[in-house]
Design a binder for this molecule. Sequence first.
Ligand code: NAD
Ligand code: TDX
Length: 332
Amino acid sequence: MSKILVTGGAGFIGSNFVHYLLENTDHSVTVLDSLTYAGNRASLDGLPADRFSFVQGDICDAHIVDELFATHDTVVHYAAESHNDNSLDNPRPFLDTNIVGTYTLLEAARKHDTRFHHISTDEVYGDLELDDPARFTEATPYNPSSPYSSTKAGSDLLVRAWVRSFGVRATISNCSNNYGPYQHVEKFIPRQITNVLRGIRPKLYGAGENVRDWIHADDHSRAIMTIVDKGVIGETYLVGADGEKNNKEVIELILTTMGQPSDAYDHVTDRAGHDMRYAIDSNKLRTELGWMPEYGDFETGLAATIDWYTANEAWWAPAKDATEAFYATKGQ
Ligand code: NAD
Ligand code: TDX
């Protein structure tokens, strides 16, 4: 039984991980989250008070970080500025949280000899061509495209350096695109589901040929606990569920699942520098640590996600208008 500190636990993947931990293990959990626009305390409502606590604070605040590392044996680090479109608009918070925040946590892990797991993204590898059969592996060279992905790449390199130079007991995982409940309405899948629910036409960037490799957030959570329990210190593990689909297919699937004509969407201004394709080879995690995704079927997971947004309008409605107003300023 461990005391696990989860940074960014009020965000999308972090909150799913906290729910997973409390339902499937006997660990106790503290969340450290500054509740930016992307954090939502309601995602953690109703959790058992004897095993769960919440601290509102910034991962760049060395004092609060030091106090929490002194009293937890394991840290799983999700906190980040996570949205590519925002990073094109204003990169500075990405440097502060993703680089300086990760540095602040690593210094505390070094001081307290804390087991540290760093959550990262497949976007650090850049993108692949549509006709390239290759997938990313742990040996793929870093080649990030956006301010977001370059700061995540920088944070990964800091973790590697702190392992090698200071003996910090850290592992890294790079995961593909997640979907599931509690994802902010700025992101592709929740934006389109909530658009349909609001009677707004879904918005596809450009021609929509860009491919993302979708994984359910619960499969990601299981992968992270597998790495925390069995991962080799200093190693990187890629996490993916063989879920490649292009954006046009996904938007059409959302529309038909929600009872709409499959062409009832708009093509809007493309994202600057838009990565074409991500694809993960997660063989190392599967063969060395024995993890397997449990959601074999994207259609079923997507239908459950649509049901969740339909049933939880009170969770997403407060962010919807401001999100659409921001996109409207960019013709998106
Ligand atoms: P999110 O934007 O939904 O949540 C981020 C959380 O971090 C929010 O609760 C926010 O309040 C918190 N936060 C931001 N800055 C902070 C700071 N300075 N101090 C404390 N808390 C802060 O993000 P997400 O989609 O859940 O992503 C979580 C992590 O997973 C990120 O590191 C991201 O790079 C990585 N990741 C995401 C995906 C994906 O598909 N969403 C895929 C692979 C990896
Ligand atoms: O309205 C939209 N229309 C559209 O076509 C939005 C918001 C997005 N898109 C496209 C852009 C991407 O090709 O859909 C795809 C997915 O977009 P996002 O949800 O913004 O995700 P992406 O940029 O792929 O990054 C996500 O996965 C990797 C997360 O936001 C990152 O945090 C993670 O690292």
